[in-house]
Design a protein around this ligand. Structure first.
Ligand SMILES: Nc1ncnc2c1ncn2[C@@H]1O[C@H](COP(=O)(O)OP(=O)(O)OP(=O)(O)O)[C@@H](O)[C@H]1O
Length: 353
């Protein structure tokens, strides 16, 4: 059951979205792009909140939009949406908010409330069933919105900047939790976000749009390795690993390339470690002094962007480094050059995975 979307939406402001998306069952596709690129328009077109000007949206043979003949309104699409500001009803309890979607689809009151209670338990809010949204924290409100979207058993889950309203520390936890729910969700997910970290951690496939058109797509690691535009290079330029933390040392998984990193914040258990390519320094010999990580690497690829050069290096772990053109000349960087990579522990961010 593939979701096919050939989205064409022309606005009278002159903006035109023309993007082709496919999402497989269980897949999480992240749609990234600068302000005004057309991300929300794409999400709204899938939800049936904006009709297509041309193209089609269909789930296998079930057509939802195919102008001029076919348009299935939102309430008749098997779609769950989590909006950035959650759009919870303030006069209703958390339970009634979650039950609402089911009631709107014709489920009787008792069945809707039973299902809503189960979903609140699943997102860890069983004790807050009778709380009204204003008395919930941002993270709790986000979970209610997710439970409401999932309670209707949608085939397509649409998440519009689902973590944007949260403060940084809550965001870390809710991101990990959302990742667990998405891993269990068998349907198709589209995540619209500005945040490359959300996209890299939560999605299997990135689609980047600029000016209404797709400029690049692929698995996160591939897009990060081979960005095609400056915007993409800046956006996804993130070294991201998984491993097991014990105090300040993280032993990286084989899938992340192995090796060990010393991090600033002590942690235990499974974690992600991230740092930007600008935090990586390159040296001809092992760098001396300071609380830094250093390990031997070999240059795989050197790519010039507008103001920096991105260097892809193999090692344990492999790493991306952004350096100046002067450094490229000074260190004679070309594929095969052996070097040492250095990253200060204080430049790393660690969070539970
Ligand atoms: N209801 C509307 N009527 C006409 N034009 C619209 C409407 N909504 C959005 N647009 C225009 O469509 C274009 C794409 O907007 P959209 O909100 O989809 O971008 P976005 O990538 O989601 O941006 P942001 O990250 O700022 O939310 C913009 O030029 C915007 O002005």
């Amino acid at each position: 059951m593939t979701l096919y979307a050939d989205l064409v939406v022309a606005r009278d402001t002159g903006f035109r979205l023309a993007a082709h998306l496919t999402i497989e069952p269980g897949q999480v596709v992240a749609l990234l792009g600068p302000n005004g690129a057309g991300k929300t328009t794409a999400l709204r077109a899938l939800a049936g909140l904006v009709p297509l000007t041309d193209g089609t949206v269909r789930l296998d043979d079930d057509s939802w939009d195919a102008p001029p003949g076919v348009f299935v309104p939102t309430e008749h699409r098997p779609v769950g949406v989590v909006f950035q500001d959650y759009l919870l009803f303030n006069h209703m309890t958390a339970l009634d908010n979650v039950a609402f979607g089911l009631r709107a689809r014709g489920t009787d009151r008792a069945t809707a409330r039973t299902a809503a209670r189960q979903w609140l338990d699943k997102v860890g809010l069983g004790d807050h069933a009778l709380t009204k949204p204003r008395a919930l924290s941002g993270g709790q409100a986000q979970r209610v919105a997710l439970a409401r979207a999932l309670a209707t058993d949608p085939r397509l889950l649409l998440l519009d900047e689902p973590l944007a309203a949260l403060d940084a520390s809550t965001r870390v936890h809710i991101r990990a939790e959302l990742g667990r729910h998405l891993a269990d969700y068998p349907g198709h997910t589209l995540l619209v976000t500005h945040d490359p970290l959300d996209a890299m951690v939560l999605a299997d496939h990135l689609v980047i749009i600029e000016h209404g058109e797709i400029v690049q797509q692929g698995p996160p690691a591939q897009v990060a390795r081979q960005p095609r535009t400056d915007y993409v290079a800046q956006l996804v330029g993130l070294n991201l690993y998984r491993g097991t933390a014990r105090d300040n040392v993280v032993t990286l998984d084989d899938a992340s390339g192995g090796g060990e990193l010393t991090v600033a914040e002590p942690a235990t258990g499974q974690v992600h470690v991230a740092f930007p390519p600008t935090a990586v320094s390159l040296h001809p010999r092992p760098p001396a002094g300071g609380p830094r990580n250093s390990w031997p690497v070999t240059v795989v690829h050197v790519e010039q962007h507008a103001h920096t050069v991105r260097v892809r290096l193999d090692g344990m772990p492999p790493v991306l480094a952004d350096v100046t053109p002067a450094t490229v000349a000074e260190l004679h960087l070309s594929p095969g050059t052996p070097l040492w990579a250095g990253v200060k522990a204080t430049e790393t961010t660690t969070y539970p995975s």
